[in-house]
Ligand binder design. Sequence first.
Ligand SMILES: *Cc1c(COP(=O)(O)O)cnc(C)c1O
Length: 355
Amino acid sequence: MSHFLLPRLEKLAPYVPGEQPQDRAYIKLNTNENPYAPSPKVLEAIRQNASTLNRYPDPTALRLRAALAKEHGICMENVMVGNGSDEVLAFAFMAYADEEHPATFPTVSYGFYKIFAKLFRAQPHMIPLNGDFSIPVDRFCHAGKAVVLANPNAPTSLAMPLADIRRIVESNPQHPVLVDEAYIDFGGESALPLLTQYPNLLIVRTFSKSRSLAGGRLGYALASEAMIQDLQRVKDSFNPYSINTLTLQAGIAALEDPAYFQDCVERIRVQRDQTAQELRALGFEVLPSATNFLFAKPPKLGGEAYYLRLKARGVLVRYFAAPTLEAHVRISIGTPEEMAELVRITKELVKEETP
Ligand SMILES: *Cc1c(COP(=O)(O)O)cnc(C)c1O
């Protein structure tokens, strides 16, 4: 750090992505990526458009936004896109949170909310989850400030009923309510049906998980026309070209191959339920997942010990050192072969612990 850095930023703890160690080959179940490659149509679209990289991308992302509007049965004016949903979330914080405009979200949720709040000088009001890891819905009603929720939530994997989302959105008419639906294609109820009724609802989604495009960096917002204009205003004041040409084309092509998408999502859901069952049979507590990952508490071993022993045997999962989370690990759903290996090694580890 140089001594020029603003003191505010010196105190900021940046986001720590899931580790990507290079010392050996790992089965990577620690960043909730899709284990399946993008659709062949996506690969073809990237090949076909590479020769246009001398030109700037379309800053309005017209064709992609039209495709997303069609996909969700809404108007293009209700859609904006960004470089990953992380960027869309950042634009939302830039647009709606600062010193005088705090934001509230659960203590346990996507780690970036707190970091963005601090980066953009807003006070983060963090509300602890209930003992069963569910969201204390009443505490987000009449919040009197911007609300940010992930549904399904991470890393708990739990989905909130649509009725609860509606209560929160309806009771905060003077404040934006952001619902991060990064995992919605794997389970849970989308807030999309509420969009036409509530001008304060902002839904954020990503191509990173269900659409196999984490490396492409593509996310989007669905909201009232006025809120979309807010976000677009921030984007155009920061980086109008934030989505590169190939990713724009990849996104359009991904939407044009629904069969591939549905097949990948279904495989992951089936594998998720199977692995959850297998882990429960070994004595794990596994929360009912509406996502592409499991939040699981191993028997006898703490979360950290289980994580370290898996890593020593070539399997990466995510461990969180927070007091309410340290008994658990988060396991992304991989291919059937990868999950079979996880279960095989886990059986050995559990056996080692049973004298
Ligand atoms: C993965 C994830 C994101 C970030 O997705 P990108 O589109 O890759 O930036 C946002 N929110 C939640 C809850 C996530 O799990």
